[in-house]
Design a binder for this molecule. Sequence first.
Ligand SMILES: [Zn+2]
Length: 207
Amino acid sequence: MAEFADQAYARLLSDIFTLEQLDAHPDSIFALDPGGRIVFVNAGWDAFARDNGGQPAVADRWGVGSNYLDALAPPLAPFYRELFARTPRYGTTLNPASHEYECSSATVYRRFAMLVYALPEDQGHLVVNSRSIERPHGPERKPRAPRASRYVDRNGLIHQCAHCRRVRHMSDGGRWDWVPDWVEHPQNNASHGLCPVCMDYYSLDAS
Ligand SMILES: [Zn+2]
């Protein structure tokens, strides 16, 4: 069911879109105000947020009224802030800003295409997330057991990539492993940075 933060955004979006169609859309859609606050979600986004955490706390973090940029893992926030800032203004182009990201579960590899449309008069953005790939993890994600001796550093921390969620191997620093248990059950002692591959992808210098 579509939800709005306030009537002003309900009016703004209904001037541009048919709200029933946005809500019934198979993709996960949300809208942000200029500061990144989530001001609209469709039923698809609600279901997506629930599926990706399975806990009410996760759905709250991504729900109407929360700030999208604050809900992201901290290393990813600057990238998205820049993506929204660089989105062409409403009415200037037919090509929205786009971005591909991974949102896998312990057993399923999933990628999403994100399209970002600016709202009129710089009032924020409408963001459409459509699933582009969904398949079981392949051989490149050989499942590893959650062994503290391999992955926990001397300070008691696990280094898990905030984007692909692989975990850094302690005695082989170049190696990042797929540990499904820690994807399914996020650990309190996980420090969320980015692995080298995702660091390159999310580096603003490279964009
Ligand atoms: Zn990564």
